[in-house]
Design a protein around this ligand. Structure first.
Ligand SMILES: Nc1ncnc2c1ncn2[C@@H]1O[C@H](COP(=O)(O)OP(=O)(O)OP(=O)(O)O)[C@@H](O)[C@H]1O
Ligand SMILES: [Mg+2]
Length: 242
């Protein structure tokens, strides 16, 4: 197993609040790993540091053995890290297709013109939006906006994909489709760090889970073991359940 991503003592303080406190873990190439924890435990902050949207207060992030912590988000993206946001970000007045084309134009390969359009269509079809490619992004349903976000992330041809509650709010049929889509990405060799609260999805997708509570890592184990760990149960349900 080759290490793709390694976090070493990663810490983020916001004033007096330590949102992420000395977190270390590694991701191997091709792995799909869950990053779990109760609300406010620091999961999104970890993703924000990996993708460069927040600067760590302490600690290091290595990608393929190269330090990426401290680099700007666009530099980290060109090194192969793509993400979706917990709150969808897009260019609402542009069509779905043009949103993905924009991601290709500013991505690591800087594709333009007909090449970009053809490739955008592939990613749009991949996430199940082919019949809405010409629709204005701002008029999409929430679920379809999330699909578009993923198409934009895939357009960057990432080695590492960071998903922040991408499956939240899907109905059971959509959830099945979403899970299958993530499995197909793994089969293509993309590594995924998945922040998620949907337990069925975690069980279906993640061989291993890292669990955080109050900024600290409290478990890093095979999914079934992590989910039954007394400290994890306590973190989610409170004392008295463990
Ligand atoms: N930019 C910021 N400035 C100040 N505090 C922040 C900032 N971002 C996050 N926090 C705080 O850091 C802590 C961790 O937040 P974070 O968003 O990482 O949690 P989370 O695990 O993603 O939670 P959720 O499951 O609700 O999305 C919270 O107490 C949050 O209020
Ligand atoms: Mg979050």
């Amino acid at each position: 197993m080759t290490t793709l991503l390694a976090l070493d003592g990663l810490t983020k303080r916001f004033g007096g609040l330590t949102a992420v406190n000395g977190v270390s873990f590694a991701l191997a190439r091709g792995e799909v790993v869950g990053l779990l924890g109760p609300n406010g435990s620091g999961k999104t902050t970890v993703l924000n540091m990996i993708s460069g949207f927040l600067m760590p207060t302490n600690g290091a992030i290595m990608l393929n053995g190269e330090r990426i912590s401290g680099l700007r988000p666009n530099r980290i993206a060109t090194k192969g890290v793509a993400r979706t946001f917990q709150l969808v970000r897009a260019l609402p007045s542009l069509s779905v297709e043009d949103n993905v084309i924009a991601a290709l134009a500013f991505g690591r390969r800087r594709l333009w013109g007909a090449v970009a359009r053809d490739e955008a269509r592939i990613h749009i079809a991949e996430v199940g939006l082919a019949d809405r490619a010409r629709q204005q992004a701002g008029s999409l349903t929430y679920i379809d906006q999330k699909r578009m976000e993923l198409a934009r992330a895939l357009a960057a041809e990432p080695e590492l994909l960071l998903l922040d509650e991408w499956l939240a709010g899907l109905n059971p049929t959509e959830l099945r489709t979403g899970i299958d889509l993530i499995l197909s990405l793994r089969d293509r060799g993309i590594s995924v760090l998945l922040v998620e609260h949907v337990m069925d999805a975690i069980r279906a997708l993640c061989g291993r889970c890292i669990v955080m509570n109050a900024g600290q890592k409290i478990a890093d184990a095979a999914t079934a073991d992590a989910l039954s760990d007394p400290e994890v149960v306590r973190a989610y349900l409170g004392d008295g359940h463990a």
